[in-house]
Design a protein around this ligand. Structure first.
Ligand code: CP
Ligand code: NVA
Length: 302
């Protein structure tokens, strides 16, 4: 594994290996055991979109691993004045040991990896959010003791979270159902991958998807960069694509609920369901730190 650009690029064994490593790093962190696996190393973090969890967990993770992280808003970089990405990639590779990027097109992250010579980590693109889904899988194992054989149900926009959950769930042996409106389906690349799996279903009906689910996941109706579409999207999602008590009733008893955050209460999830499952959701947020430390140490350790 040279980069983490999308989960499609990883084998099942590589995903499980990262989860095992993340569990071990979480244990070491909680026991106060030193684990400076990246002593003296630097990570550059390029942000073209806002972030709370990604920025703080990567920066803290690098510190705990004995390294250092630079937070670079793209508006402050020469990229914003037209410096080509291929030059930025080559310059940064001369200074730092790894680059994390949060951007729009997947091609931007892929090009950074192509032109640079250090590992590149996708901290969210329009296509994928692999770091988040590694944390989600880690959280599911923590609460349910396993992944294989469980049913994961995603309800909402066929966005970066839907795409990465479908791939991550199927690659780790889960049954995956997705309920997305016909207008907002997961990416064709993902559907092409998923069609090989008999354990995958895609439906416009959240109630059908949620039947006997062990894990329910949702995400915002409008992602970053789609703000102008939000009123059109609301008309399609409202009253249907929501995790609420009715959906919980249909799911398996003891189902857990995950949300990558930030959440819009009353839209994709009701306040009561969110608060009843807050422990799972905030453990999921915490696990970003541990899962990313596993990714960083795997990619950047010399
Ligand atoms: N879940 C997630 O990626 O959160 P941020 O946008 O705050 O980084
Ligand atoms: N789908 C959301 C996820 C935010 C973490 C977005 O891309 O804005």
């Amino acid at each position: 594994m040279k980069h983490l650009l999308k989960l499609l690029d990883l084998s099942s064994d590589e995903i499980i290996g990262l989860l095992d490593f993340a569990d071990d790093l979480k244990r070491r962190q909680n026991q106060g055991e030193k684990h400076e696996l990246l002593k003296g190393k630097t990570l550059a973090m390029i942000f073209e979109k806002s972030s709370t969890r990604t920025r703080v967990s990567f920066e803290t993770g690098m510190f705990q691993l004995g390294g250092h992280a630079l937070c670079l808003l793209s508006s402050d970089l020469q990229i914003s004045r037209g410096e080509p990405l291929c030059d930025t990639a080559r310059v940064m590779s001369r200074y730092v040991d790894g680059i994390m990027i949060r951007t729009y097109g997947q091609k931007i992250a892929e090009d950074l990896a192509k032109y640079g010579s250090v590992p590149v980590i996708n901290g969210l693109t329009d296509l994928a959010h692999p770091c988040q889904v590694l944390a989600d899988l880690m959280t599911i194992r923590e609460y349910k003791g396993k992944l294989e054989g469980l049913k994961l149900c995603y309800i909402g926009d066929g966005n970066n979270m839907a795409n990465s959950l479908i791939v991550g769930g199927l690659k780790t042996g889960m049954t995956v159902s997705a309920a997305c409106p016909p207008e907002y389906q997961p990416d064709p690349l993902i559907l092409d991958f998923a069609k090989e799996y008999s354990d995958f279903t895609l439906t416009p009906d959240p109630k059908e998807a949620a039947k006997n689910a062990d894990v329910l996941v949702t995400d915002v109706w409008s992602s970053m960069g789609q703000e102008k579409e939000s009123s059109d999207r609301r008309k399609i999602f409202e009253g249907k694509y929501q995790i609420n008590p009715d959906i919980m009733q249909i799911s398996s008893g003891g189902a857990i609920v995950l949300h990558c955050l930030p959440a819009h209460r009353g839209e994709e999830i009701t306040e009561d369901v969110f608060e009843a499952h807050a422990d799972e959701i905030f453990t999921e947020a915490e696990n970003r730190l541990h899962a990313q430390k596993a990714v960083l140490a795997t990619l950047m350790r010399s």
